[in-house]
Design a protein around this ligand. Structure first.
Ligand code: SME
Length: 162
């Protein structure tokens, strides 16, 4: 078992520490699923106010559920649909301050109030998305987006393509 502690401090300090812990977890391991599973667990346990953290991987025109922490979730999301599919289509991160106001939001957990989705990109090619939900409105800010983009890039560079 690897002991990880929930980091404290400013948002930037929290993500700096999460990156340090992620590097430790990925060290010597290039299996994409194993590294995704550990990153999902690290984010779920390491960030306050998060009720779902996990991966969807691109298979054809659909995003298919990967490793995650939280309640069971919808398995397949078409690219262009919901927050995940929109971020995948745009190949851009999306921060949703209130999911009720995002037209087409897919409610996997009725407790979720805000969400952030970051694309997983390998030299511009979409591999999937990293998705985090919160039961709090307006939980995710710009610094969360940049912190999660850094962690997503770290997962991509640390893992062999699926
Ligand atoms: N809310 C997402 C679906 C995935 S769950 O949040 C885990 C969406 O609208 O794409």
């Amino acid at each position: 078992m690897f002991a990880t502690t929930r980091p404290s401090g400013t948002t930037q300090e929290v993500y700096r520490e999460l990156c340090r812990q992620a590097r430790g977890l990925f060290d010597g391991e290039r299996d994409a699923i194993a590294n995704a599973a550990n990153l999902a667990a690290l984010l779920y346990g390491g960030l306050a106010g998060v009720n779902w953290a996990g991966f969807y991987f691109l298979k054809g025109e659909q995003l298919v559920l990967g490793p995650f922490q939280g309640n069971p979730a919808c398995v397949r999301i078409s690219v262009g649909t919901g927050v995940c599919g929109t971020a995948a289509h745009r190949k851009e991160a999306i921060v949703v301050t209130d999911v009720a106001k995002f037209s087409g939001h897919i409610a996997c957990d009725s407790a979720s109030r805000s969400e952030v989705v970051v694309p997983l990109l390998l030299h511009g090619r979409l591999l999937g998305v990293l998705d985090l939900d919160s039961p709090e409105l307006d939980r995710f800010r710009e610094e969360d987006r940049t912190g999660l983009e850094t962690l997503a890039a770290l997962w991509v560079e640390s893992s062999d393509p699926l």
